[in-house]
Design a protein around this ligand. Structure first.
Ligand SMILES: C[S@@+](CC[C@H](N)C(=O)[O-])C[C@H]1O[C@@H](n2cnc3c(N)ncnc32)[C@H](O)[C@@H]1O
Length: 239
């Protein structure tokens, strides 16, 4: 008989069951959340590897709800068939059937009725969620890996994260592209720097966990009017 612990009931392409690699870390880090009433947002679900784990493990409370946002078209890193232009096309990620695979996987979860799926780009979906006044306790950011998109997702999610809530960034250490602007890291670091007074960060093997804490940095007025504006020398030194 299959149980909620049995992941073999899902079908993931071997190389895309990414979440299974970090599952044991999540088991420890989310242990305190298990039976609480939770509003969870996931941006980037792919075949549902992370979605199914969250449904099976964090949705036990009868009033918990999960929202998953994905275009189901893959990200920039899924568009290329291989890393070498001379390789034959292989359609590694079979994007045309991605949404079906996601649907089939989440349908096997007992708590699937608590899942709302929004098939849209994250910038559009997050704007709508914010306009609707949505708030969340736990948010997993794993959609577009392009820095400008991650920065936008991070800021929008921050505005919808309750005090004491947790924001998890996947692929903090990922470098799928040579140029920094196509990887999440610089965006996550910029976001953390801006939200500094209210963040408590924990870096894991490949992720950054950010807890929203009460503001712990008071604003100090600049005592020297001569230093109100960056002069060119100062600006250069601070970049
Ligand atoms: C790395 S995968 C998510 C993996 C999933 N969290 C897991 O652990 O199995 C990234 C997903 O983000 C989606 N995606 C990429 N860019 C997006 C965007 N701008 N808005 C919404 N979804 C996007 C892709 O379709 C893809 O399914």
């Amino acid at each position: 008989m299959q149980t909620e612990d049995d992941r073999s009931r899902f079908t993931f392409q071997t190389e895309t069951g990414w979440f299974d690699l970090i599952r044991s870390d999540w088991e420890t880090r989310t242990a305190h959340l298990r039976h609480r009433q939770l509003r969870i947002l996931e941006i980037g679900s792919f075949e549902g590897c992370s979605t199914t784990w969250i449904l099976d493990n964090l949705m036990a409370h009868p009033d918990s709800l999960m929202t998953a946002v994905d275009t189901f078209q893959g990200g920039m890193e899924h568009q290329q068939d291989s890393h070498h232009p001379s390789d034959p096309p292989v359609d590694r990620y079979q994007l045309s059937t991605l949404k079906d695979r996601f649907d089939r996987n989440v349908a096997k979860c007992k708590e699937v009725a608590k899942l709302r799926v929004i098939q849209a780009r994250s910038d559009q979906a997050l704007l709508k969620l914010r306009q609707d006044g949505s708030q969340f306790d736990f948010i997993y950011v794993d959609a577009s890996h392009t820095a400008i998109d991650v920065l936008h997702d991070a800021v929008m999610c921050w505005h919808m994260l309750d005090q004491g809530g947790t924001l998890v960034f996947d692929d903090y250490t990922w470098r799928g592209f040579i140029e920094d602007c196509y990887n999440p890291r610089i965006a996550i670091r910029a976001f953390v720097k801006c939200a500094r007074p209210e963040v408590e960060c924990t870096e894991t093997e490949s992720q950054l966990w950010v807890k929203r804490v009460p503001n712990c940095v008071a604003a100090t007025p600049n005592p020297d009017p001569a230093l109100y504006y960056w002069d060119k020398g100062l600006a250069k030194r601070s970049v």
